[in-house]
Design a protein. Structure first.
Length: 599
């Protein structure tokens, strides 16, 4: 017998060594064996961490993931309310969905047994259908170092603090083409930003255009529902970035700076007209009078003019822009940026009557009678009083008045030391402008720094320029010298006390903590209110002015069907430029509905 034949005869006997050992097969599906640590089994999703961005569904090569409305999750700002549902008949467990999940909520588990006779049962929602044991069996996840998502923002270049405080040169330098492309490529197109934007701008669409190198397309997309994009690209409060899916574990996409980049690729009015190529409808025989050339009034005027209306804006100041023009320092928003956008609007037919104060140079009655509809966009021009002793002495000035003087080319001597009261962007602007006139500036804010409503970039910018912030400082009185001028300000320190039942902690003065800060000027910045002295009494009741604000419906229509309103003077939304733009845009729809129906 050959050697090969002998081996073939004896080999089956080798199985005898398994006698006595426990079987390592499973009686499928009744027994489960532990999988290896790195086994990729069924999905698990932390439902409360997921924001429903849909990035997992977009990336799936097998179309195995749908986004489903999950009733037990209430969608809010920054959360679509949708959650992924997996078709396990299609899934190949490649884990791409896990690799691109911006929140890290989606994972794969070691659980691999799932048996049913119902084919529809293979559609399941991770974290809902396996919430009992899913999180305990996670085998594959990703963090910010292994994820395919790019979490780090392309830094924005800006002038160095000690250098920029010497002038009103624009602080932010803007993205280069390469920087803009790289930043735009980070966008995952989830659309949560669009929902959060008051104007619902087409944010993913124009960012994707920038990423593709199609800057002109980006400009056209932006102008579809925002006629002041360069302004928004420089000073917008960017609530869209607050809900960006990437900010959960990293940096939000620089939506504001990308808008700025795109609009600056059209450097002239002629370039804007050539790119946007606005379609202006034939005159429809209807006219609209607008009071105030701020963001709300300008937006309404622009889109009404495109629709064939005869539009006239009445502006009390010598320049259009409202608080954007007179309240925002030029190191943030240069004058040529404003002029370019206003000139473009005028070029398509918007008429602006400057230095025309309603109630003085023209009556509201005349506007009401001579136009088919009226839009009010007056903003908030009157500052609130600080509410402390001696605030009426020389050397105390409201921030909006101070900023208006400087932005108009005037001068105001703040002296060597300045105290600013407040914590919003207006307070920061007043402080940073004062620092540019070689003043030593201190901000007194009654709450903590993290409570300041100002943009965090503005707060950091102020500190970089040498502005000192004293948090939890409550001003109590202005101290004046023998000539009656400001000599200093007294304040008391506060402790933050949380009320029973929770809520926002409030500052409570600490006895015996009185402190005096010697200064030459006190700038108050605790808020503004609207001025309605120009509006005849017979209209005030019909437009439903309540607590200093005009009441409007969703069409921005007041109690007088012919009068519409928007912007900061309206009790609707937030007091910022993008909300005012949204009000103007929505008022155009309301005016269309009213007048075209009548016609």
């Amino acid at each position: 017998m050959s050697f090969i034949d002998l081996k073939g005869l004896l080999q089956p006997l080798g199985a005898l060594k398994q006698i006595g050992k426990k079987p390592h097969t499973i009686r499928f599906p009744y027994e489960q064996k532990d999988a290896s640590d790195n086994y990729r089994g069924l999905h698990y999703n932390e439902i409360n961490d997921c924001i429903g961005c849909g990035n997992c569904s977009t990336i799936c090569p097998n179309a195995a993931i749908d986004m489903i409305d999950l009733l037990e999750v209430e969608g809010n700002t920054g959360d679509s309310g949708l959650r992924p549902r997996i078709d396990n008949g299609r899934c190949c467990w490649c884990a791409l969905c896990v690799d691109v999940c911006p929140t890290g909520s989606l994972n794969l588990t070691k659980d691999y047994i799932y048996v049913t006779d119902d084919p529809n049962s293979f559609l399941w929602m991770p974290g809902v259908d396996n919430k009992e044991k899913g999180k305990d069996l996670i085998s594959y996840t990703s963090d910010t170092t292994t994820s395919l998502t790019m979490y780090d923002r392309v830094p924005m270049r800006e002038l160095e603090g000690k250098e920029r405080v010497k002038s009103f040169a624009e602080v932010v330098l803007g993205y280069t083409e390469d920087e803009a492309r790289a930043e735009a490529e980070r966008c995952i197109s989830c659309g949560l930003c669009t929902e959060a934007c008051p104007e619902h701008m087409h944010i993913p669409e124009y960012i994707n255009a920038i990423a593709r190198g199609e800057d002109e397309d980006a400009v056209k997309i932006i102008y579809d529902n925002n006629p002041l994009p360069e302004m928004c690209g420089k000073v917008c409060t960017r609530r869209c970035e607050d809900v960006c899916a990437l900010q959960v574990r990293g940096d939000a996409v620089a939506i504001r700076w990308l808008k700025r980049y795109a609009t600056e690729t059209a450097p002239t009015v002629e370039a804007i007209k050539e790119i946007v190529n606005p379609v202006i409808e034939e005159p429809n025989g209807l006219s609209v009078g607008i009071i105030g050339a701020g963001p709300a009034g300008l937006t309404a005027g622009y889109y009404l003019a495109l629709r064939g209306y005869d539009v006239t804006i009445y502006e009390a100041q010598a320049h259009a822009g409202g608080m954007v023009m007179y309240g925002i320092p030029k190191y943030r928003f240069p004058l040529d940026s404003i002029d370019k956008q206003i000139e473009y609007m005028e070029s398509i037919g918007v008429k602006i009557n400057y230095n025309t104060r309603v109630g003085k140079d023209i009556t509201f009655d005349d506007i009401y009678k001579n136009f088919d509809a009226v839009f009010i966009g007056i903003g908030l021009q009157k500052p609130w009083n600080i509410g402390i002793k001696n605030e009426d002495v020389p050397g105390v000035i409201p921030a909006i008045e101070y900023l208006k003087i400087i932005n108009s080319g005037g001068s105001y001597d703040v002296g060597k030391k300045v105290a600013v009261i407040g914590g919003g962007n207006v307070a920061i602007d007043g402080a940073r402008v004062s620092a540019r006139f070689d003043a030593e500036v201190t901000i007194l804010y009654r709450r903590r720094v993290e409570d300041m409503p100002a943009d965090w970039e503005e707060i950091e910018g102020a500190e970089d320029e040498g502005v000192h912030i004293i948090p939890q400082a409550i001003p109590t009185r202005i101290i004046k010298d023998e000539k009656g001028h400001v000599k200093g300000i007294e304040y008391v320190m506060a402790e933050m006390v949380t009320q029973e039942g929770g809520g926002r902690p409030r500052p409570v003065a600490i006895k015996g903590s009185e402190t005096i800060y010697e200064c030459d000027t006190v700038i108050g910045a605790i808020g503004q209110q609207a001025d309605f002295t120009w509006l005849p009494e017979k209209y005030k009741e019909s437009v439903l002015i309540e607590r200093g604000k005009i009441q409007v419906n969703n069409d921005r229509q007041t109690g007088d069907a012919k009068i519409f309103a928007g912007g900061d003077a309206v009790k609707f939304g937030n007091a910022d430029a993008i909300s005012a733009i949204a009000d103007g845009f929505n008022a155009v729809k309301g005016i269309d509905k009213l007048l075209l129906k009548k016609k």
